[in-house]
Design a protein around this ligand. Structure first.
Ligand SMILES: C[S@@+](CC[C@H](N)C(=O)[O-])C[C@H]1O[C@@H](n2cnc3c(N)ncnc32)[C@H](O)[C@@H]1O
Length: 408
């Protein structure tokens, strides 16, 4: 089976977690980029990656790197690739692209040239050509072209892997599934101990925690991937990989996952989403204010993702909520590692706790921080700062901004 470079894309901030996932699966890491990690393998390996990766978006199998100055050269180069080996002549093809070339004003023109080269080549070799259009649920080819340098990939994922398929009832401001998985991994949850998720919204963090804790491959939830629409799709191997993944998954968690929200509608949506993901019996849901969340035992990981508002009025209203979160953590959550995911540094300050670590992420293009607060149990003294006192102890309340960019 031919090996090639495989680029796995992801949002900025996530590559360190994606890289670790690849290392854990014994894949080499060829390079780490701002929004992706490169490895190598065969198309069969690409299937395995689609099945198991939690933080990657698209698994792109490199077909060819090339030099092209303009659209005619692009067409000629792409026409020279043996597409008839990969794309069924009676199939359906979608081209996605990332183009920055001085001769191209509209990247759709480059995609069109790419599509023409592929379908013309297939028509010449097979006497028939695939249909084409914008839907990404069948064969997908990705074109990258920056200045004179280009690369074409088979997108073996098709629809991005962030669309796990369990979020049938999304609410406002849900977190992308892949981002939620990265947040759970950053928090260090591995299924042992408790995972507490007040303000659970549509349940994404709790559901991803359950999938991680149970070692359940997220790809088991999906029935359609781009690689299934390529010639030579090894269906037997795919079924074997799925079966192996199913058998490896745990049946029970040693710790507890607790998810709560003040909105009954959110809790109902979370329960339904968890049921679709097949993890509802591993999560205890209830409707309550975050501060009444039942804590199982006196240690574990707590992750909260409160709204962070966009307009001034909204942000002002949320100040009291963030202050309340800080009070709750200090008074009720000693012994827990608490994590706050927010896109507002201003609101994060209202928590008045000094983060031990900070991870940078991006949620729908907004720069966000995951702040970790270590809440020691017992006698560790909390020193109240005087108005001008900025020299602070490890966990003393602080009214200073969260440190910049401390991601792993
Ligand atoms: C940004 S959303 C969480 C999104 C979630 N991470 C997801 O992926 O769907 C914030 C949630 O906090 C809830 N919330 C707001 N104030 C609350 C409070 N005082 N107590 C509990 N939940 C609250 C809202 O109902 C909303 O569902």
């Amino acid at each position: 089976m031919i090996k090639s470079r495989i680029l796995i894309t992801c949002p900025k901030g996530i590559p360190p977690f994606l890289k670790q996932e690849l290392i854990d699966k014994n894949f080499p890491v060829l390079s780490e980029r701002r929004a992706g990690v490169e490895t190598e393998g065969s198309l069969d390996d690409a299937m395995l990656l689609n099945l198991h990766l939690r933080t990657g978006h698209r698994v792109l199998f490199l077909l060819k790197e090339f030099a092209a100055r303009d659209a005619d050269e692009l067409y000629r180069t792409l026409f020279g690739i043996a597409w008839e080996r990969y794309i069924p002549e009676d199939g359906y093809l979608c081209i996605t692209s990332s183009v920055e070339n001085p001769t191209i004003k509209d990247s759709r023109f480059a995609s069109l040239k790419c599509k023409d080269a592929i379908v013309d080549r297939i028509k010449e070799k097979c006497g028939k050509r695939p249909d084409s259009g914008p839907e990404r649920n069948r064969s997908v080819v990705h074109l990258y072209w920056k200045d004179d340098h280009g690369a074409v990939y088979l997108d073996t994922s098709g629809e991005p892997l962030s669309r796990r398929g369990y979020r049938k009832i999304p609410l406002g401001a849900p977190m992308q599934e892949t981002l939620a998985a990265a947040v759970v991994l950053a928090a260090g949850w591995n299924g042992a101990g408790n995972f507490i998720n007040p303000m659970c919204g549509s349940g994404t963090l709790a559901i991803e925690a359950a999938l991680i804790g149970l070692d359940r491959a997220p790809g088991l939830l999906r029935s359609n991937f781009g690689f299934m629409h390529l010639k030579g799709f090894n269906e037997g191997l795919w079924n074997e990989l799925r079966e192996k993944a199913r058998q490896k998954a745990k049946k029970v968690l040693s710790g507890k996952i607790i998810a709560t929200d003040i909105s009954p509608h959110a809790v109902e949506a979370s329960q339904k989403n968890a049921a679709t993901a097949g993890v509802e019996r591993h999560i205890d849901f209830s409707v309550c204010n975050f501060s009444d969340t039942p804590l199982s035992g006196n240690s574990g990981i707590m992750v909260m993702n409160p709204e962070y508002g966009e307009r001034m009025g909204e942000i002002q209203k949320l100040e009291a909520t963030y202050k309340g979160i800080g009070d709750y953590l200090k008074q009720n959550c000693r012994g827990f590692s608490a994590f706050l995911f927010t896109g507002s540094p201003h609101l994060a300050k209202k928590v008045s706790l000094k983060p031990r670590r900070t991870f940078q992420f991006f949620n729908s293009g907004i720069e966000c921080r995951l702040l970790e607060y270590e809440l020691y149990e017992g006698t560790r003294k909390i020193k109240k700062p005087k108005p001008d006192d900025r020299s602070i102890g490890d966990h003393a309340p602080v009214d200073a901004p969260a440190p910049e960019d401390g991601h792993v």
